[in-house]
Design a protein around this ligand. Structure first.
Ligand SMILES: *Cc1c(COP(=O)(O)O)cnc(C)c1O
Length: 417
């Protein structure tokens, strides 16, 4: 293979192993996702892991493990390596020595969805596609809008009408054709599917093209490098369509095949959902390979409102192979955990990550996570993208009032010393 094409060898059906030519555009096989496969022995001999140290701190430092051909111009909004923040107060609140949060809110458009769209939009443009469409609960739409703008391509975004307003506005701001749908993400996906041919859309629905997964895989590559190639014992990940969790698990397999990991044991992957929409935990408990659609899904963690996912079996495989868990937390407590974590860390914790804090609580109480375990949570988006739902009953100050009155009001808010 010429180096111009990078190290991709072929695409492979995740459901039955059928292979496909990587240079052509492919979507799904039997309605199920495709893997991008690489010549990993060739990557291992072309790239030593310490050579990464000299590279720029962004996701393209792993270009040998990405489908975008090396050396070609890349549409990029500077996808910086996100910080792995040690959170001692959060750790001690749960009786652990160490907890880290990988803070994905620092990426372009404030969520990890940028990683997937950065790769997928580059590939779509490479295939000569200029009309890109996505169904979205919020952050995927915002990310597509941004990357399409950068690429000079058209974005069409379809969102449930009750999607957080900030997500809708960012799509409009970036010039995406934005549509509100009276329905759920599946209804949005149906509209994209129905009109894809007539509109000549490249369908960027989660896992209906193989490249967003590759972009999200870089979360796992970065985490491994940041932890000096010794992965944590547990990863708690808020799971919707599952691309992030599946992508990280793929990253760990590839790193193991490259011989880059210092430790043979891989992290236990925990897929966290809300009990208002928990198809994956339900299938996990019932030992099923696929998940039944969840009726009447509801959650404030909009990224988790995915009642049915075509990668369900891949999420469940990753969870089971890793010795992890799929668990649902109480919907009514997500905002409580979100503000607990925000208050103990200073990070802009999104509600999806609030659910992960609830899962941490549960797993510690049941003795599943032990005090000596090293735990990583993912903060998948910035809190500022949501109508936060924080109840505001704030004291008012009047500039013309007696300063003593103001001071009294201020003191009512000060904790005793
Ligand atoms: C999309 C999204 C998720 C779910 O991620 P998947 O990889 O689709 O499972 C979690 N949190 C936020 C903030 C999201 O936008």
């Amino acid at each position: 293979m010429s180096s111009d094409d990078g190290f991709v060898t072929h695409l492979e059906s995740a459901i039955d192993g059928t292979t496909f030519e990587a240079r052509a555009e492919h979507t799904v096989h039997q309605g199920r996702p495709l893997w991008v496969r690489y010549d990993l022995p060739a990557v291992a001999s072309a790239l030593a892991k310490h050579a990464l140290e000299a590279r720029s701190p962004n996701m393209w430092r792993y270009r040998e493990l990405l489908p975008v051909p090396p050396g070609r111009p890349v549409i990029s909004l500077h996808e910086s390596v996100t910080p792995l923040v040690e959170c001692p107060k959060l750790a001690s609140r749960f009786g652990l020595p160490q907890v880290w949060i990988k803070d994905e809110s620092r990426l372009p458009t404030g969520s990890f969805k940028a990683r997937g769209m950065a790769v997928a939009v580059n590939m779509a443009v490479r295939f000569g596609r200029r009309r890109l469409a996505v169904p979205s609960n919020g952050n995927a739409g915002g990310a597509l809008a941004a990357y399409a703008a950068a690429a000079g391509a058209e974005a069409y975004v379809f969102m449930p009408a009750d999607t957080p307003r900030g997500n809708v506005e960012e799509c409009v701001l970036a010039g995406a054709r934005t549509f509100l749908v009276d329905g759920l993400i599946g209804d949005c996906a149906k509209i994209v599917r129905q009109h894809a041919e007539a509109m000549d859309w490249f369908d960027l629905s989660a896992l209906k093209e193989p490249y967003r997964l590759e972009g999200k895989k870089t979360m796992g590559l970065e985490l491994a490098e940041q932890m000096n190639w010794r992965l944590p014992d547990w990863i708690l990940y808020p799971t919707g369509g599952g691309t992030g969790l599946i992508g990280m698990w793929k990253a760990f397999q590839e790193l193991a095949a490259l011989g880059w990991l210092e430790d043979r044991s891989l992290p236990r992957m925990v897929a966290v959902q809300s009990d208002g929409c928990a198809p994956i935990p339900r299938a996990f408990e019932a030992a099923q390979r696929f998940a039944e659609p969840w009726p009447d899904p509801h959650t404030v963690a909009s990224g988790l409102r995915v009642p049915s996912a075509i990668g369900d079996f891949l999420i469940l495989d990753a969870v089971r192979q890793s010795g992890g868990r799929a668990l649902a937390v109480e919907e009514s407590r997500i905002e409580e955990w979100q503000s607990l974590a925000a208050g103990l860390t200073g990070l802009g914790i999104c509600p999806e990550t609030g659910a992960c804090v609830g899962a941490l609580d549960q797993l510690i109480h049941t003795g599943t996570i032990r005090p000596s375990d090293r735990v990583v949570l993912f903060n998948t988006a910035s809190a500022t993208k949501y109508a936060l739902g924080v109840v505001l009953d704030l004291p008012r100050l009047h500039p013309s009032a007696d300063p003593a009155d103001s001071l009294r009001t201020i003191r009512t808010q000060a904790p005793p010393r």
